[in-house]
Design a protein around this ligand. Structure first.
Ligand code: ADP
Ligand code: MG
Length: 260
């Protein structure tokens, strides 16, 4: 099971929207996908229509108890897409984890004990911080998908994320790679968006995906209906962009994983 963390410590940059729609696109192409909601806000869970009554066991239990992924996941209405939901308890986990053994490896351990072949890919939707929750995600992940909002301060804060990745590589997870940077909320009518996209490409080079996710109201409407935009309106510009992004993402994945 290839594990991808969707991370950026800035809030509101499109992590959850990207996680939900990439997960849906991969499931649509036949992959068995597990999405782990690691944000106490639980937006990925809500956006996939998993209400609070269905969150008996959650990513909090995965991190703080001997609960297994097999016990904690719930199926979503998207075929082949399963979810480990998040609850507000998770906001306490940052503190509780400090006291627990292997505090940086709790998610890694939980994912390592899933039955081989049960899921092909695991996406981890990270919270907007670089605390122990995100560290657990980066220790558990093979690679990182970084959504970057196409706005003036896009690159601000990225160096902090890159430093954290370096530290995780040095201490825990030498194989951790950046799968790619996805530009989100691109506004075609705004010259600044184009300028920022050019600057980001000039600065980061080929790690930036060719596909740019446009600002699209359908993407922001879909979560309130509890379904991914890709199903809510698969023809809107946002959905089309996420399908193209998923294609690029698959092309960048290790061959071994694609064959799985
Ligand atoms: P994060 O998980 O990084 O905090 P979200 O994916 O939740 O970011 O996005 C923040 C807000 O912006 C949400 O209300 C979401 O619906 C909206 N949004 C995300 N991507 C787009 C987009 N491409 N176009 C329009 N709205 C978007
Ligand atoms: Mg989010």
């Amino acid at each position: 099971m290839i594990r991808i963390a969707v991370a950026n410590q800035k809030g509101g940059v499109g992590k959850t929207t990207t996680a939900i729609n990439i997960a849906t696109a991969l499931a649509a192409t036949g992959w068995r996908v597990l999405l782990v909601d690691l944000d106490p806000q639980g937006n990925a869970s809500t956006g996939l229509g998993i209400g609070h009554a269905q969150r008996d066991l959650s990513s909090y239990d995965l991190l703080t108890s001997s609960c297994t992924v097999e016990e904690a996941f719930v199926p979503t209405r998207v075929p082949r897409l399963d979810l480990v939901p998040a609850t507000v308890d998770l906001s306490g986990a940052e503190i509780e984890l400090v006291e627990l053994p292997e505090r940086t490896h709790r998610l890694d351990n939980a994912l390592a004990s899933t039955p081989p072949g049960r899921w092909d890919v695991c996406l981890i939707d990270c919270p907007p911080s670089l605390g122990l929750l995100t560290i657990n995600a980066l220790v558990a992940a093979h690679s990182i998908l970084v959504p970057l909002q196409t706005e003036f301060f896009a690159l601000e804060g990225l160096s902090q994320l890159l430093q954290t990745i370096e530290r995780i590589r040095a201490r825990f997870n030498p194989e951790l790679s950046i799968l790619g940077v996805a530009l989100t909320m691109f506004d075609r009518r705004n010259n600044l968006s184009a300028q920022v996209a050019d600057d980001v490409r000039a600065c980061l080079g080929k790690v930036v995906f060719d596909t740019v996710i446009p600002r699209n109201v359908r993407l922001s409407e879909a979560p309130s209906h509890g379904i991914p935009a890709l199903i809510y309106d698969h023809r809107c510009s946002g959905s089309e962009a996420y399908i193209a992004l998923a294609r690029e993402l698959i092309a960048r994945m290790p061959k071994r994983a694609v064959a799985a």
